[in-house]
Design a protein around this ligand. Structure first.
Ligand SMILES: *Cc1c(COP(=O)(O)O)cnc(C)c1O
Length: 366
């Protein structure tokens, strides 16, 4: 077979252990997964009626234009319907952008560590990947990213709040970056955690599209909206940019159930506000734990926190898993001494924090 040469060293996505696996392996009754930044409160109860009503239309193809969802999102964001592209998760929007703009003659610039799918898709397309390290605080170094752009650069990926650090790009830096970046370079601002942001100085990224038509903002229904299983994400950009991306999209990439559930969920902004509030309180629990134990951590604008244990993150991960809490080891995320924890419910956070205290006590003795 004549595979693209870049595929020889590319690994398929490694899914973590399922809750069932962990239950069985450690003979546990209860397992809590705080590893993939899913919403511990589920999703808006308002989607239930839609789900039941839908039960009889499975033989019909979905609306390839996602009109109902499109109108809801356009209204919510005050953009035109033609400024939106929907994907099977924002993962697919990333894939569409990569497919549309990257090839072996192109380069693409991103931070490191950041969300791995930018790099993964760039490799599949054969483009040169230029990674610019985050600074000590887990923030993008936008001036260095600017320096890495040259005539071959087609796409720059920004992630704010950044996964896995939770840090966000500051407004002044973003504006300065957008002012400097060549106008034929597409800038993707991945805001998968936008709904969780509470920083007073965070920007209205959507409104920037008017002044910076090369900007595409991506968001998702997988995180705060609690619909990860339905796979719905979207990109917002100028009509020109979206119009160029649309032909690359599969015609029926969003299934009917996902479209409907997302449209219902968007109506219930009170649910999102409650989740944002509870997430803030949950982060506070973890901050207090870190302060009291002297562990280093990064202030987060997302629904997860990266905690530096100063020893193998894998070891912390293994210990917590054996007690029924699945978190994410920093090993695979570019922070081998850390774990990334999704903020859970108050009770889950409390239980996890006491397990981490227990772990620290065990470590001290040995
Ligand atoms: C989770 C995540 C996504 C992908 O979410 P989808 O489920 O594909 O919409 C994209 N970007 C970042 C930074 C994420 O953390």
């Amino acid at each position: 077979m004549q595979w693209k040469s870049q595929l020889h060293n590319l690994k398929a996505y490694q899914p973590g252990k399922t809750m069932e696996d962990v239950k069985e392996q450690f003979s546990l009754e209860k397992v809590v997964k705080l590893a993939s930044n899913e919403n511990p409160y589920g999703c808006s109860p308002q989607i239930q009626n839609f789900i039941y009503d839908y039960a009889s239309s499975h033989a019909i193809y979905p609306d390839g234009y996602a009109k109902r969802l499109r109108m809801k999102v356009a209204g919510h964001l005050s953009v035109e319907p033609g400024q939106l592209i929907f994907g099977n998760g924002s993962d697919e929007v990333i894939q569409i952008i990569s497919r549309a703009l990257l090839d072996p003659s192109k380069s693409t610039v991103m931070a490191a560590p950041t969300f791995p799918q930018y790099k993964h898709n760039a490799i599949v397309e054969g483009a040169e990947v230029r990674e610019v390290p985050l600074d000590e605080e887990g923030r993008h170094q936008l001036s260095k990213m600017l320096d890495s752009i040259d005539g071959t650069t087609a796409v720059v990926w920004l992630c704010s709040p950044n996964n896995p650090t939770g840090e966000y790009i500051r407004k002044e830096e973003l504006l300065h970056f957008l002012d400097q970046v060549p106008s034929d370079v597409l800038v993707v601002l991945d805001e998968a955690y936008y709904e969780y942001v509470t920083a007073g100085d965070y920007y209205d990224s959507i409104s920037l599209i008017e002044s910076y038509p090369q900007l595409v903002v991506t968001r998702t229904f997988s995180k705060a909206y609690g619909l990860a299983g339905f796979r719905v994400g979207y990109g917002v950009g100028s009509r020109d940019v979206i119009g160029k991306l649309e032909p690359v999209r599969e015609p029926f990439n969003n299934n009917s159930l996902g479209q409907g559930a997302a449209a219902e969920a968007m109506e219930d902004q009170a649910f999102i506000e409650q989740c944002r509030e509870k997430n803030r309180e949950g982060l506070q629990q973890f901050y207090e734990f870190c302060e009291s134990t002297g562990l280093k951590y990064m202030k987060s604008q997302a629904n997860f926190i990266l905690i530096d244990f100063g020893l193998s993150g894998d070891e912390v991960f293994q210990y917590l898993m054996s007690k029924g809490y699945i978190v994410r080891s920093g090993g695979a995320l570019g922070y081998p001494q850390s774990v990334r924890i999704t903020v859970g419910s108050r009770e889950q956070n409390e239980e996890l924090i006491s397990l981490m205290k227990e772990f620290l006590a065990v470590i001290k003795q040995s």
